[in-house]
Ligand binder design. Structure first.
Ligand code: NAD
Length: 328
């Protein structure tokens, strides 16, 4: 296992104790310099931060008898699939590790905005104002409509939580799933925009979903609506979002993802000029809450990323097919 982080160690040890499989770990990434650590292994497990571009790495893995590269993450664009084909290497990922983690962050951001916590904090800290004027009154969630765009693993988990809290949940998805009917009502995209008090995005990023929320969509929303984006930053036109917030077209936004985030989210100690202006503008707004793509970051997620990946490697070593193979 390459790229092993301290928070993964207990989950690895727990899995090893249960499965009696030898696991060799390193915090280093897989490169031509570190590939020899995989000698004698049947699989390698990675959490790559950048592309694994060197042919030598794939060649050596093949020579060592490694059969599979198990990614402990969803994305597999760091892998060179010409080389995995040439050197007969399977690649697996962990596509679903804890929808509930992202759903709970979505609900947390929505409730934070709804109860105007950021605005109360701003008023107390900046103005020493501890009062409750008319414009600071909130509504309770069971009186409100939550609108979801995309109801797959995460969107449906969000729907379950909000419906359990008593909210009316409406949703738009290109695919219909009857299993979700008990806790949401399917409708069209425009109805979600027009009727929802909280609009939350849960679609993947495709060319067809990029900037699916822009100037025209903000105009359709209620002025009292909150937009939550815990999916992908590029689903939203950030410039249009800033304008909609500044003009009062919507009431606030919860963002765990922002377009262009990879240059600063998950980094530490970067200079002020490396932080984009759109982030700086949004983070100063008391009716906006931003988290650095941290919605996934729970103990359950990390355990599942580690243990689901390792389970698949054992199955593959035993000749079983797994559904997480991304290249075969
Ligand atoms: P999923 O594939 O289970 O569900 C996606 C849903 O979107 C599907 O039901 C699909 O039919 C629907 N969809 C696709 N195109 C659509 C469109 N044009 N309009 C409406 N619906 C459409 O995916 P998921 O696991 O629920 O993940 C959803 C999103 O969450 C993805 O963007 C993913 O990248 C993001 N995500 C974020 C984090 C985080 O930490 N913030 C973690 C994991 C996933």
């Amino acid at each position: 296992m390459y790229n092993v982080a301290p928070i993964e160690v207990d989950h690895i040890n727990e899995w090893v104790a249960k499965n009696h499989v030898e696991v060799v770990t390193t915090d280093k990434p897989l490169t031509a310099e570190t590939v020899s650590l995989a000698e004698g292994c049947t699989s390698v497990s990675l959490k790559p931060l950048g592309p694994i571009a060197e042919e030598e790495v794939y060649k050596k893995l093949h020579e060592y008898g490694v059969k599979c590269i198990g990614l402990r993450i969803v994305g597999f664009n760091t892998i060179n699939f010409d080389y995995t084909k040439k050197y007969d290497l399977l690649v697996t990922n962990v596509p679903v590790y804890s929808p509930r983690a992202i759903a709970e962050m979505t609900v947390t951001q929505a409730m934070y905005l709804l109860r105007k916590i950021g605005i109360f904090k701003y008023r107390m800290d900046h103005d020493h104002d501890f009062t409750w004027p008319a414009d600071m009154i909130s509504n309770e969630i069971y009186n409100l409509t939550v609108g979801l765009i995309g109801v797959g693993h995460i969107g449906s988990a969000v729907a379950q939580i909000f419906s359990a809290m008593g909210a009316k949940v409406i949703a738009y998805d290109v695919a219909y799933n009857p299993e979700f009917e008990p806790f949401l009502t399917y409708t069209d995209f425009d109805t979600v925009l027009k009727e929802a008090d909280i609009i939350s995005l849960h679609t993947p990023l495709f060319p067809s979903t990029e900037k699916m929320i822009g100037e025209a969509q903000f105009k359709e929303m209620k002025n009292s609506a909150y937009l939550i984006n815990c999916a992908r930053g590029e689903l939203v036109d950030t410039e249009a979002l800033i304008k909609a917030l500044q003009s009062g077209e919507i009431a606030g936004a919860g963002l765990d993802t922002l377009a262009g985030e990879s240059s600063y989210f998950s980094h530490k100690g970067i200079s002020d000029d490396e932080i984009p202006e759109d982030f700086k503008t949004l983070s100063k707004m008391p009716n906006v809450v931003i988290t650095p793509h941290a919605a996934f970051y729970t103990t359950t997620s990390i355990r599942n990323m580690v243990q689901m990946c390792l389970d698949d490697q054992v199955k593959i070593a035993n000749g079983q097919r797994v559904r997480t193979i991304v290249n075969g």
